[in-house]
Design a protein around this ligand. Structure first.
Ligand SMILES: *[C@@H]1O[C@H](CO)[C@@H](O)[C@H](O)[C@H]1NC(C)=O
Ligand SMILES: *[C@@H]1O[C@H](CO)[C@@H](O)[C@H](O)[C@H]1NC(C)=O
Ligand SMILES: *[C@@H]1O[C@H](CO)[C@@H](O)[C@H](O)[C@H]1NC(C)=O
Length: 639
């Protein structure tokens, strides 16, 4: 070796030493407990080979809000100039810097350059290492964990203990490294599900709690507007929200409803409902978009697997009318089901291929290792709809901040593409999915802090709460917050701060109607939800061949979607854009005045009365229910 080369080599080594010492190792991810049923069995054999995959962080996410507002704020010169999927993919793809930082670090650590592979799309870097090398790279210890269900079934999984580290300058470019802390919990889930229901109900939705509340069977269908307090029908909703509209741009307009298998509608339920309330639609069905093997299963039937889908589709389809097709996104197979992320992966290939993301603790992995759907995970294959309504929900606390933030950003990207995302706000008031928070942030039924729902707490989602007609009142009287059978989910996020477009509405509420709670009960600086509301009590729905009464924000979301879809139709018909992400628009004073303000009722939970509805925005009914003609006129006047 020539001295010059030797010198260069020394310099390079010195350089590495400097980089390494300048960049201390930081904890990149940690977990406080193991998933139930798993115990450490032994240290992993140091010679075992691991395919280490490093998921890179998306770039530019700190600009997301500015990009979204630029096309969604009614005063922006670029209002309505939504981005194409390709523009979105390009703007957020992991940066060259991220790829370089990870690659250089691996080489400094002695990995052979030819062993370090960057995958197409640039979302992740892979290197095959031994357990010993992985322990050194990540300053962690790998164990073999064992799962046993006490019935002779067991499984093993290699994972690291408690936490792993990355150099600080690498950590900021990385979303996560696998295999590390994450458990592929399919074994556990499947076995537990089988055990619980005696192998009968293998299907399970992974996306939060489903199901409207079952109230009772209906003996006589009431069809007079005077009876809308007792039974809600499509005509009641048209009268309540002055919603009369004949679509004219059905060749361009789209609206989608999301269902998670095993939830499924039944053909005969649709036809009976249409026969009662919208005869011209008998025989009509939603257009199925299957995601990860999703289909309308009929193996399992009952209110818990048909109630939600029947409700959502019967009302969305009846309200948009016979000429507007409704897309049904049916997500997940019968074994694993699907999560919100599985659905989002199917809508947006750039979210899917960016490998940092899905967490097998919450998200299903396809092909399904247990049979069911053996195809590849759907990735960017599902067409977007202009409005997408989902009546499923979970809580922020059940996922954790990093997971909710990543998913929320994806809702923002859909807004950037002109899609309106609606989620029901939840049916248990301030107690998200019926639980409350303890001081340490865990959920329990004895917690005393309000437990925000998710995805409704994500600012890029339009969260829909529930109202009701007061007993003995009519469709022409003011509604109140739903106070029978269910309470409208609402409150303030612990993860997302109050967005600028909402700040004055929230400040007004907190100043004029200060909730009587200590500061640790709810987070006054969080994003307030819901944004809007619609009737959610005593809907007449056909489920499993019987006419039933149901309640819930599950009713409210598809109804709001159908009304907003008519606004899209009218705008598309005159060559304007879709309404896209509506929140910055609806919190402006003219739009606020175009909602029927709900000023009575509340949303109890966690041993309290919850929040009180009040004039203006409130964390029970949002801005109120839609006044369709007023909203339509305002939206038609926007560019
Ligand atoms: C609605 O869906 C049906 C069946 O898929 C299709 O034949 C029809 O062309 C669609 N209508 C519009 C307006 O897209
Ligand atoms: C909703 O239906 C239930 C069951 O029939 C009934 O008891 C209740 O009074 C109804 N609610 C209103 C507001 O009429
Ligand atoms: C309150 O919300 C903010 C976001 O605005 C968050 O950073 C903070 O941690 C939350 N506080 C609590 C106690 O959850």
């Amino acid at each position: 070796m020539l001295p010059v080369q030797r010198l260069l080599a020394l310099l390079i080594l010195a350089q590495c030493a400097i980089t390494a010492s300048l960049s201390p190792r930081v904890v990149h991810e940690s977990r406080s407990s193991l998933p139930t049923g798993w115990t450490p069995a032994r240290r992993a054999d140091p010679a075992t080979r691991l395919p280490l995959r490093i998921g890179l962080a998306q770039s530019n996410l700190d600009n997301l809000d500015a990009y979204v507002l630029d096309v969604s704020h009614p005063e922006s010169p670029n209002y309505g100039k939504h981005w194409t999927p390709a523009q979105v993919a390009q703007a957020f793809r992991p940066s060259r810097d991220a790829v370089d930082a990870v690659r250089e670090w691996l080489m400094e650590e002695g990995m052979p350059p030819e062993g370090v592979k960057v995958h197409t799309g640039g979302g992740w870097v892979q290197v095959d290492v031994t357990v010993e090398e992985a322990e050194r790279l990540l300053s962690t210890e790998y164990y073999v964990y064992q799962f046993g269900d006490g019935e002779g079934r067991s499984s093993e999984h290699v994972a690291c203990k408690e936490k792993y580290h990355l150099p600080e300058h690498v950590s900021k470019h990385v979303e996560l490294v696998v295999p590390t802390l994450h458990f592929d919990v399919h074994v556990k889930r499947e076995r537990v599900a089988e055990k619980r229901s005696g192998s009968k109900n293998m299907g399970q939705s992974r996306s939060g709690i489903v199901n409207p509340k079952f109230i009772g069977e209906i003996e006589t269908a009431l069809t007079e507007l005077a009876d809308c307090d007792k039974q809600i029908t499509p005509d009641c909703l048209r009268a309540l929200y002055d919603f009369v509209y004949l679509p004219v741009a059905t060749d361009r307009n789209t609206i989608g409803i999301v269902e998670y298998t095993p939830e499924a509608y039944l053909d005969q339920d649709m036809d009976w409902f249409f026969g009662n309330y919208s005869p011209s639609q008998v025989g009509q069905r939603p257009a199925l978009v299957s995601i990860d093997g999703g289909y309308d299963q009929t193996l399992f039937q009952g209110f818990s697997v048909n109630g939600e889908a029947d409700l959502d589709l019967q009302y969305a389809m009846a309200l948009v009318g016979a000429t507007q097709n409704v897309t049904l996104y049916q997500a997940g197979d019968l074994y694993e089901g699907a999560s919100f992320n599985n659905f989002l992966d199917a809508l947006d290939g750039s979210y899917c291929t960016y490998e940092g993301g899905d967490n097998p603790e919450y998200d299903s992995v396809y092909p399904d290792p247990y049979g069911g759907y053996t195809g590849k995970e759907n990735c960017g294959t599902a067409p977007l709809s202009n409005i997408i309504s989902t009546s499923y929900g979970a809580t922020e606390a059940s996922y954790g901040a990093a997971y909710t933030q990543r998913q929320c950003a994806e809702y923002g990207k859909l807004g950037l593409m002109g899609v309106t995302i609606l989620y029901s706000s939840g049916d248990t008031g301030v107690a998200g999915n019926g639980l409350c928070l303890n001081a340490d942030g865990t959920e329990s039924s004895s917690g005393t802090r309000f437990d925000p729902g998710f995805p409704g707490s994500c600012p890029y989602v339009t969260s829909v709460g529930a109202t009701q007609i007061q007993a003995g009142s009519t469709v022409w009287d003011p509604e109140t917050a739903c106070g029978q059978y269910i309470y409208s989910g609402g409150g303030f996020s612990n993860v997302f701060s109050t967005p600028a477009w909402q700040a004055s509405a929230v400040d007004d509420y907190l100043a004029k109607y200060p909730p009587p709670y200590a500061s640790d009960v709810f987070n006054a600086s969080g994003r307030g939800y819901p944004d809007i509301s619609a009737n959610g009590l005593n809907y007449s729905v056909v489920v499993d061949g019987t006419l039933q009464l149901v309640a819930g924000t599950s009713c409210s979301s598809p109804v709001a979607a159908a009304i907003l879809s008519a606004v899209n139709d009218a705008r598309l018909a005159i060559g304007k854009s879709t309404i896209g992400f509506i929140n910055p628009t609806i919190y402006t004073p003219p739009f606020m005045a175009a909602f029927n303000d709900i000023t009575t009722g509340n949303n109890p939970g966690c041993g309290t009365d919850g929040f009180a509805a009040a004039p203006g925005w409130d964390p029970v009914t949002g801005l109120g229910t839609p006044n369709f003609p007023k909203l339509l006129a305002l939206w038609l006047a926007l560019p």
